[in-house]
Design a protein around this ligand. Structure first.
Ligand code: SAH
Length: 232
């Protein structure tokens, strides 16, 4: 009798978990359809990655019910997880290819790194707040996203001991384009970076390096990011 009750209890719990997962997946698909595909992000691989990665895992437990709203949310340490549309836009601008090596500056929650990891061969991501880096690492490991390496440090300097990157995405705003990041961009590579004054509106830039090493800058949109801090 006791064993039976236990058995049915476990089944009921498993059922609840499964339907929660279904409703979260449905909320995610609706967000992607209404706020991202309905706007200017159409790359099917990028849209599939956004449907796949469970953003609620990267959001503090108390805010999980808002994980599929299209807005940034606080993640502690005065930082935020970026708005899903902005993650989608930056990812699409970077034109991720399956063999690409990507660098992200500003790991934060790890969500942008998780999305990129579904689209490229490896993601190197660097975060200046150690506790955030460790939290992000835990979420990525729990999800089994093994092609992401998290490091604690000042991402202004990039990741100099690695070879060049096809993609660099910067999730915090410097007031100028960091020279080390330009230097670590592979010919043919794409750098997506918000540049502008601290705590004001910045401009999202797409910087493309051609095979001869020349760069071309496109101003994409006004955005608002937390400032890129420097280690001192
Ligand atoms: N990509 C993140 C967004 C985090 S907000 C996400 O998906 O959640 C930007 C992050 O950049 C913050 O966590 C902040 O601590 C970090 N940051 C700021 N300056 C930095 C620097 N110089 N190097 C690395 N990370 C930095």
């Amino acid at each position: 009798m006791g064993a039976m009750a236990l058995f049915f209890g476990a089944r009921a719990r498993a059922g609840t978990v499964a339907s929660n997962q279904d409703s979260l997946a449905a909320a995610r698909e609706q967000l992607v359809a209404d706020q991202i595909a309905a706007r200017d992000v159409h790359d099917p691989r990028v849209l599939a990655a956004l449907c796949e990665v469970p953003r609620h895992v990267f959001v503090p437990p108390a805010l999980r019910s808002q994980a599929y709203d299209d807005r940034p949310l606080p993640i502690g340490y005065d930082q935020t997880i970026s708005q899903p549309y902005i993650v989608a836009l930056m990812t699409a601008l970077a034109r991720p290819g399956p063999d690409d090596r990507a660098l992200e500056v500003g790991t934060g929650s790890g969500y942008q790194a998780a999305v990129l990891s579904r689209l490229v061969s490896h993601v190197f991501t660097i975060e200046i707040v150690e506790a955030l880096a460790r939290g992000a690492e835990r979420c990525l490991t729990d999800l089994g996203y093994a092609n992401v390496t998290v490091r604690v440090g000042d991402g202004y300097l990039g990741w100099p001991d690695k070879t060049l990157f096809d993609i660099i995405v910067v999730a915090a705003a410097p007031d100028h384009v960091p020279e080390p990041l330009l230097a670590q961009l592979q010919p043919g590579g794409r750098l997506v970076v918000p540049v502008g004054p601290i705590f004001a509106v910045q401009e999202l830039l797409l910087i493309e390096k051609d095979d001869a090493g020349r760069t071309r800058t496109t101003r994409v949109a006004p955005v608002r990011f937390v400032p890129l801090r420097r280690e001192r």
